[in-house]
Design a protein around this ligand. Sequence first.
Ligand code: PHB
Length: 388
Amino acid sequence: MQALPRAAALALAVAAALCGGAAAQTPPLKVGLMLPYTGTYAALGDMIEKGFKLYVQEQGGKLGGREIQYFKVDDESEPSKAIDNANKLVKRDQVDVLVGTVHSGVALAMARVAKENNTLLIVPNAGAGDITGAQCAPNIFRSSFSNWQPGYGSGVVAAGKGYKRAITITWSYAAGAEAVKGFTEGFEKGGGKVIKDLSLPFPNVEFQALLTEIAAQKPDVVFAFFAGGGAPKFLKDYDAAGLKKSIPFIASGFVTDGTLEAAGPSGQGVLTTLHYADNIDTPRNNAFRKSFALAYKANADVYAVQGYDAAQMLGIGLSAVKGDFAKREALQAAMAKAVIDSPRGKFSLSRQHNPVQDIFLREAKGMNNEFRSVAVKALADPGRGCKM
Ligand code: PHB
């Protein structure tokens, strides 16, 4: 009579031990950081990683109860290596989540790999329209912006100042072309006309011939998209050519984000439009900047914010499924409808998974991009071509 209950008790104890053991051994969630750690955009990749890890650290090293394990690949901002690099993380390291990248051309290839393998992808910078447009997918999210958004904001501001003739100047790849498209749309809607688009290959910095052309054409305003290591060189050359004094200038905010020290006096007073300003005086932004400065002995910038928010988005998804990453549909649904409490201000995602956010007019003062006004409120990328 005693044997059966004892066997049952033993079976129960074994089951409990197994369950307990299994729970204790839940493997960490594998996050693959594919970012530029060398080249023109190296500093941007570094800030994104720092921002992402800061949020995870603030949560005690876990998201949704899961420890996070990092895998890293330097994508070099090199589109021709992007598929191979993404596959190192997806196929070799078998990551659960891909986080990356900065360069639009590389990110478009990552989106293809993510789609083919149904890997969750969070883009913490690259603004390529197609990522939340023609290539949109339930497993692809962006914590940053579309290239069109800040460009459009610049166009609205320039038209609002009464400028009529504009010249644009940028690198000839997706990010530059799309920023110019956004600027043109905003500017021409407000009654302006873009008279010339100038460009040079990424990441070249021989601006002189193009600046000579601007000086000859004497437009009312110049719009630019440059970023990373190329941006301060552009600001210095624009100034040295005498254009800073003679022709008003406006740009997507990347030209002065993280670049003000290198740009020196040539960066001061530059007006830009972006979804972040360093001195946004909210408890959320102040706490974030303090925490970042404490952790890294450096000031946060827009890239750090975007990395931080990518981790927040993943955290929201994982918490909704109590860390059970197998519940992908529920996890993605929670991410899609989240309101993210960002240092930039709260934002939600469009149907295509791109942030709907205010675009601010900023002015570079000292080492900060200071808030001046809201250029466009709650701006959504049009998300053209997304079938989801
Ligand atoms: C992009 O390639 O989409 C890109 C790169 C750097 C930036 C912004 C956008 O600062």
